[in-house]
Design a protein around this ligand. Structure first.
Ligand SMILES: [Fe+2]
Ligand SMILES: [Fe+2]
Length: 237
């Protein structure tokens, strides 16, 4: 919680995060609308439509709040550190490929994602005690996320009464793996930056020194070359 309070206290970072969350929610809504188009189950289609509308509304709420904050306090020239791997967007719905999923795998994926969103948004809401308006938005969105979390599980059990547990575990493992990949990429980025900095300060200076020494030995101006090396360039052709 102290980490999240620190993350959300900075106004510039809050604006950036809200804008990014808005984008994720609207993108997620678009994917779920696509899922409504491709499913052959009429009840699921109706639920997906409601779900997509909710996600679009969340995106608009986040964007509007970011715009209000931005008007109240103009942006700094230096963007704030985003700490995305500590406080990521809600769903992870950006990993979704609707066409590659069947109704049951999609519902399992959605359930796991919505559950994660609900628990993250609870933390963010609690961390935002100093900003009641943003806090109210998280609180409002949280109600929808809990509905999404519940209906996806109920429908998964209806569609796949025997295999729903297996689908849920698969979705959890896949989410865990993607989380690991994201973390590994971030760690690799840090290690790369450290190694390049070390190389710059340890390996490069001797070469710079040698180059400067060689430069001092060079005679200034044009220097003649031996007649053997001074043949016509056309000879080679
Ligand atoms: Fe949402
Ligand atoms: Fe949701």
């Amino acid at each position: 919680m102290p980490v999240h309070r620190w993350i959300w206290r900075d106004a510039e970072r809050r604006v950036q995060k809200l804008l990014r969350f808005g984008e994720t929610e609207i993108d997620g809504g678009r994917d779920i609308l696509r899922a409504a188009e491709v499913t052959s189950d009429s009840l699921l289609r109706r639920l997906f439509m409601v779900h997509a509308t909710d996600e679009h509304r969340h995106g608009v709420l986040f964007r509007r709040r970011a715009a209000t904050l931005l008007r109240a306090r103009p942006r700094r020239a230096m963007p704030a550190f985003q700490a995305d791997w500590l406080a990521p967007g809600g769903h992870g719905l950006d990993d979704l490929r609707v066409e590659e999923e069947s109704d049951d795998t999609l519902l399992a994926f959605l359930h796991v994602s919505e559950k994660a969103a609900a628990s993250r948004f609870t933390v963010y809401r609690d961390a935002l005690q100093h900003d009641p308006a943003t806090r109210a938005i998280f609180d409002d969105i949280l109600h929808d996320e809990i509905f999404h979390m519940n209906y996806t599980l109920t429908q998964l059990v209806r569609i796949s009464p025997e295999h729903h547990r297996w689908h849920l575990w698969r979705a959890r493992l896949s989410r865990l793996w993607k989380g690991y990949l994201r973390l590994a990429t971030a760690v690799a980025g840090v290690i790369g930056a450290v190694l390049l900095t070390v190389q710059y300060f340890i390996i490069l200076p001797p070469f710079a020194f040698l180059a400067k020494r060689a430069q001092r030995r060079e005679r200034p101006g044009w220097s003649p070359i031996s007649p053997e090396r001074n043949g016509s360039l056309k000879d080679e052709y």
